[in-house]
Design a binder for this molecule. Sequence first.
Ligand SMILES: [Zn+2]
Length: 383
Amino acid sequence: MTQPIKLSGKDLFNGRQLLGPDKVLILDKSGRVADIVDKNEAGGDIQELDGILSPGFVNTHCHLELSHMKGMIPEKTGLPAFLTAVMTRRGAPSPDTDAQLAAAETAMWEQGISAVGDICNGTATLPQKQQGRLYYHSFIECMGFIDAAAGQRFEQSLAVYRQFQETISPQHRCSLAPHAPYSVSATLFGLLAGLENNTPLTIHNQESEAENILYRQKTGPFLEFYEHFGMDISGFSAGHASSLQACLPYLSGSPLLLVHNTFSAEADMLAAQERALPVYWCLCPLANLYIEDRLPDIDLLRRTGCTVALGTDSLASNHQLSIWAEIQAIRERYPEIPLAELLQWATFNGAQALGIGDRYGSFEQGMQPGVVVIGEAGVTRVV
Ligand SMILES: [Zn+2]
């Protein structure tokens, strides 16, 4: 019989709470959780680690396919200018792209990330994902703000989706996702809403005040953005309370992961919380600081009882892909939030948001979430 792995640290976080220093995490050889026991019942061969033990992190929002854009886009320009820069500079995959994707994935692995919700416009990330080191839920993105092109855009995304379904290993999953309220027309939203078993849903939400202004008044910086790309948006009508409240009716069929939420107000949070199915609020603070130089109202999210998860966004809008770095950014500005709550956002809540709570995000018996140790110098992966 192979020996179990016994790990102990300065504290043990199980996905929901800190259990203290006198606990031992017991894993089988494959890293599956067997038990958590008191130290005096654990027997010998305990590895003592210099930090807090935690399940591997869940990065609920990434764009691995943009990994070649690190450092290319200027900071703090606001979202419409950022998007214009990404769309005009992202370019075609180069011979270096595969190596850049692999390096980005290795960095996530080393930073303790075990599972990723990854936005995809094409199939560039498929070969990397087939290697199976991390779990990926691939969100195949669908966009097109011109109503007349909705059918064609929908078919394009479905074609990418089918390639993922045919190619990717069975333990990985994918779903189709609308990009954002300012880039998806009503007809396209309707086509996506008609899909069965398309779960979970995700959407970039209220990343910029420009998005709310567009939906309330049909004015603001997005009009310039459409003009720059020669888009006729005469079919779009405003007069809504906010972009989120206008789009929620299209997003009712599945658990929903709302990403960014930088300009979400209390009325938006309450409207989303009224849904019958769960809603998760993904924060990508370092990308928000990179693009808009502002953070979401995290106090308000907590006060209204929103379930929060964390994401890194892409290397186009972040200097690294590290959930621990995102936690540090929040702690600097919100030192009163308990560490256990932040770690729950990074583990348990993220796994629930991606529908993988049966394997990731906690140290329940039978789970295989990976193990990280959080020490003075940062995060190290143990298993
Ligand atoms: Zn994004």
